[in-house]
Design a protein around this ligand. Structure first.
Ligand code: ZN
Length: 242
């Protein structure tokens, strides 16, 4: 990574003494070791070897066994025998975005100098995330737009960035904001806008079953805050055949 691209702030340790609900107001999106709003245990997880990871899976599986028993299940029946292990591994996968290195794993060498100053939009990026309040999935589509200021990012990297933040325990509002703020810091663009449309399993599968409902969140920064630019972005998003 060249010096010019080094946007990080020095940081020597987790824990983050922050309110998790507002990480964006308290710490910079890219930290010295390449993490971006890591969780409390991100660094431990990122540094552990195979044996330590195995032990972690075992500890989670033991806890899942307790949950299954408390649900009144028979954990010795055939169908459930490997479920605790499977679930442990699935949860680690669903939260792998905490220890993804934003510059080395996500952005890599895809930051280019380019004299393009028109809006760039990538829409319909599929995401699967976990609602941090119920630990059940929410999923949907992310649309990202930005107006470059001499720097552009490889298009597939926008999807990688969304994926990284989605593979965490999230609330949709924060996910939207984190993608926008990371792009703002990395690209220093003239403006950036992120819209997410998602369906939350905790909403559609409980209580009054609002099966058709979806939640839309947006975060607009810089030039997108101006009415005309925002309108252009939204109208481009709604055009399905350009
Ligand atoms: Zn929920």
């Amino acid at each position: 990574m060249s010096k010019d691209n080094d946007l990080s702030i020095p940081r020597t340790e987790t824990p983050l003494k922050t309110k998790p609900s507002q990480p964006y107001t308290l710490i910079a999106p890219v930290e010295a070791d390449g993490f971006s709003w890591p969780s409390l245990g991100s660094r431990v997880r990122a540094d552990e070897d195979e044996e330590q990871e195995k032990q972690r899976v075992g500890r989670i599986a033991d806890a899942v066994k307790v949950i299954l028993e408390e649900l009144g299940e028979d954990v010795t029946r055939e169908g459930l025998l490997d479920t605790p292990q499977r679930y442990a591994k699935a949860m680690l996968y669903f939260t792998k975005g905490y220890q993804t290195n934003i510059m080395d794993d996500v952005i890599k060498n895809a930051l280019f100098e380019e004299d393009h100053d028109e809006m760039v939009i990538v829409r319909d990026i599929e995401i699967f995330s976990l609602c941090e309040h119920h630990l059940v999935p929410f999923f949907g589509k992310v649309h990202i737009g930005y107006i470059p200021n001499k720097k552009v990012l490889g298009l597939s990297k926008l999807a990688r960035l969304a994926e990284m933040y989605a593979r965490r325990l999230q609330v949709q509002e924060r996910l939207t904001k984190q993608i926008a703020m990371a792009l703002r810091d990395i690209l220093k663009p003239i403006g950036v806008a992120v819209v997410i449309e998602a369906t939350h399993m905790c909403m559609v599968s409980r209580g009054i079953q609002k099966t058709g409902s979806s939640t839309v969140t947006s975060c607009v920064l810089g030039a997108f805050r101006a009415h005309k630019t925002r309108e252009e972005f939204l109208s481009l998003l709604s055009k399905r055949s350009i």
